[in-house]
Write a protein that binds this ligand. Sequence first.
Ligand SMILES: Cc1cc2nc3c(=O)[nH]c(=O)nc-3n(C[C@H](O)[C@H](O)[C@H](O)COP(=O)(O)OP(=O)(O)OC[C@H]3O[C@@H](n4cnc5c(N)ncnc54)[C@H](O)[C@@H]3O)c2cc1C
Length: 422
Amino acid sequence: MRVVVVGGGISGLCCAYYLRKRDIEVTVLDSAHVGSRSASSWGNGGWIAPAQAGPLPEPGLTLHGLRALVRSDSALYFRPSYLPRVAPWLARFQTYCNQGDYDCGVAALAGLGKRCFELVDEMVADGITFDLWKLGMVCATGKPEDARKVLRSLEGMRQYGYELPDDVLGESEIHDLEPSLNSKVRSGFHLTAQWNVKADTLVTGLGTKLREMGVEILEGTEVAGFDRTEGSVRAVQTSRGDIAADHFVLAAGSWTTPLARKLGISIPMEPGKGYSFLLKPKMMPKHGILFADIHAGVTPLGDRVRIGGTMEFSGYDLSIDQRRITNLFNLARGYIDLEQPNYEEPWAGLRPMTADGLPILDWAQPYRNAYVATGYSMLGMTLSQTAGEAMAEMITTGTRPALFEPFRIDRFPKWIVRRSGA
Ligand SMILES: Cc1cc2nc3c(=O)[nH]c(=O)nc-3n(C[C@H](O)[C@H](O)[C@H](O)COP(=O)(O)OP(=O)(O)OC[C@H]3O[C@@H](n4cnc5c(N)ncnc54)[C@H](O)[C@@H]3O)c2cc1C
């Protein structure tokens, strides 16, 4: 059996890894290269954070509320000129902002994230080399009520076995726990179940391991179309010519939407741009930190921290909007004292954002031998391992694992309809 995986980001590489472990012949195709800066898997926060895996559409988020978010300095931003393009997605997204869908989403993501630490440890034991820290996470806020609000939003995870603190910490407790925080922080809480990686090292480490395992990785190879008959795909049409296989996995991150369209499949997924940069702090944090007040995450990476945040809907454009990254930098420096007054390595990446905030892990219906592994939104580093392992099972057994039931491609109604919720 031969499988072609389209996309050499964390999603495609994890699918390839678990397929190869089942002795399948695998070829990975990437239009750029494994570890490319243009992939979302390059400069992200690198948090492996299963306890924070709530879907983005939250109860109470309304179109009216979202309309206020066209200010270029807000954490969630819709570029006005892109609004007509993103409007159908947004209208769909809004239908999922209800308690019923949110609770189902939490249950589904809690299940998918459950084994992530175990699988990351197995990757280490298997000789995959990457930078990994098991530090836990501190949520830091200016006011106790804001820390409580974040803690309440995670509450649903408790019933699935994730450990959460019972209440928030006071000012002195939070500073004792995380001495790098400055005086703006007055409250917060501690989550032990969180690790972090330097994202680019995980993808390049996986790429190296895959080559050693005999996986063929064809870089600079863009998939432009498919040679298909009714119900099955024969080959992908690429810049190197046609490449035939028995099965095909579409794992091209945000670009899976235009790719699937070439198979006549429409998926409600939009690129959600995020920014990150490196800072040299005066004191290195002992944990990952969520600055919930400014929706920014801090990842300790040895002698630097990576700050990541913002969600911008402006299409597939990877350019860096200086105003937005400078704004994030100015907000972040209010919470962390810096050794050097500037940021380094500014980066933008496109998160694959589905309308209901859940991944799509399924057959590319109606094709019997094509699959979709995408839509990880803000959680690709957390969920790709478990999803890749189950995707390999699905391809080799021909049966959809129970774990994938909530992530079916046909769950999206054809028309944008009001959902009953709870
Ligand atoms: C600022 C920011 C912070 C984040 N922080 C975290 C975090 O802390 N924890 C977490 O779990 N997640 C985080 N994420 C989300 C995470 O980065 C994504 O969910 C994940 O990287 C998606 O991986 P992917 O493999 O699906 O897509 P990508 O990494 O984008 O990879 C897609 C690949 O497909 C290739 N490709 C595209 N089109 C084609 C084609 N036609 N033919 C061949 N190849 C093609 C591209 O070149 C690319 O290499 C963050 C994202 C951002 C932007």
